[in-house]
Design a protein. Sequence first.
Length: 147
Amino acid sequence: MCYYTSRVACPYFFPVNPWHGDTSRQSAMLPLGGNWTGFCHAIPAQPCPTENSFRTLCNLGYARGTCQRFPEGASPDATRFTISREEGDRVQIYYVVERDHLPYSHGPLGYSLLRREFLDPVPNEIIRRQAEAYIESYLRRKSEASA
């Protein structure tokens, strides 16, 4: 596994921590609402690309054909998230995993802010962690806006 800074949308990226060097408003438009550090899970046994390659190829997904680590076959290209509703301690998000800019899989995910856990089944650990990272970015930016 590789550990680098990424803007995350690659379906093989497992975000770990927000990248605190990123304070730009433009980063709110990134797939997870900001830059994150984490691990590449595409091909764990293969050597990692350079940090620059990792950033430029994985930031916004769609690295098929340009990233040496990207798996061949009918795998997805990117993940996207959006907040669809916030009521009380519950945040409802919607995820879309894409292939060739079309839905590959998608669905709603309810999340309890109080319990810090998903209320709905999550398809896999990478989507779970990416969705958590998106929620964390959303809450951080919401808090910054109200301060």
